[in-house]
Design a protein around this ligand. Structure first.
Ligand SMILES: C[S@@+](CC[C@H](N)C(=O)[O-])C[C@H]1O[C@@H](n2cnc3c(N)ncnc32)[C@H](O)[C@@H]1O
Length: 267
């Protein structure tokens, strides 16, 4: 029988895979894999793999002669990842302390995790350690909130109704949007030619309710913010107005969600 706490993490991860992955994360996996020049036969690590959308893309590209590993600290995410792709080598752990020997990967990839690492430079040092000489790094992070107006509107709504702690929880994914700050993280770590390519994709949620409930019930609790039901009801109701500019006649919410992909090589 599964421990109830683990079961709750698994349920959250299933919800993440069902709603957030197709709405926001899936389109970036091929872009990051292409930026990392993944080739058949390579050994590749996906860090902060979540439910494994990028690792699955990588596994297709490295083929049966290659090796793909995914790493994440969240046991719920890893359980879902393992169910979806049992042949990938899934590991529990953090980016700051990778459970792999030196120089064992041709490429290290990661999408939408770097902003949550407690020590980003230590994580980048660890990635450098496990890369082979000539190995390729590719990391995606969201552009700034200013360049993602639909989320900026939702953050402002949260600020007004639920206060700054809730608003900051939704700001957190966008904190590495400044490319100078982003590339500055690579200073003096030994990487060659860290460069940033900014691209955009369309986020797509089936409804305003689906988007806002995913954020309030799926994301805010991850950041330690639980809102009372009365506030959630008010947020859901007012979000219909605030997000109207991004809502089609069919109720589907679509908007640009730009991101930066940083690439660098280990000399
Ligand atoms: C927004 S999700 C992205 C997941 C996945 N890459 C995707 O594209 O769907 C962020 C992930 O970062 C993971 N994470 C948070 N802190 C981490 C750390 N210190 N080391 C590695 N992963 C971490 C979380 O558990 C979560 O799965």
């Amino acid at each position: 029988m599964t421990d109830p706490l683990l079961q709750a993490r698994i349920d959250d991860a299933r919800a993440y895979e069902a709603l957030f992955v197709p709405a926001l994360f899936q389109p970036w996996a091929p872009k990051v894999a292409t930026a990392a020049h993944i080739q058949p036969g390579q050994r590749v690590l996906d860090i902060a793999c979540g439910t494994g959308v990028l690792a699955r893309e990588v596994a297709l590209r490295v083929g049966s002669r290659g090796y793909t590993a995914g790493l994440d600290p969240d046991p719920g995410m890893l359980t879902v990842a393992r169910l979806l792709a049992p042949d990938i080598d899934w590991h529990a752990g953090t980016a700051e302390s990778l459970p792999f020997p030196e120089q064992c990967f041709d490429a290290v990839v990661s999408q939408f995790g770097l902003m949550f690492f407690t020590n980003r430079q230590q994580a980048l040092r660890e990635m450098f350690r496990v890369l082979k000489p000539g190995g390729q790094l590719a990391i995606a992070v969201w552009d700034s909130l200013d360049n993602t107006p639909a989320y900026a509107a939702e953050v402002a709504l949260l600020d007004r109704i639920a206060g700054p702690q809730a608003a900051n929880a939704l700001r957190a994914p966008f904190v590495l949007g400044d490319t100078t700050v982003l590339t500055g993280l690579f200073d003096r770590l030994g990487y060659q030619a860290a460069s940033v390519n900014t691209a955009s994709d369309r986020a797509r949620f089936p409804s305003v309710r689906a988007m806002v409930e995913a954020d309030i019930r799926g994301w805010l609790p991850v950041m330690g913010v639980m809102l009372p039901e009365s506030q959630i009801a008010q947020l859901l109701s007012e979000a219909e107005t605030v997000l109207a500019p991004y809502t089609g006649a069919d109720g589907v919410v679509t908007f640009d969600s730009p991101a930066h992909i940083v690439t660098a090589t280990k000399p």
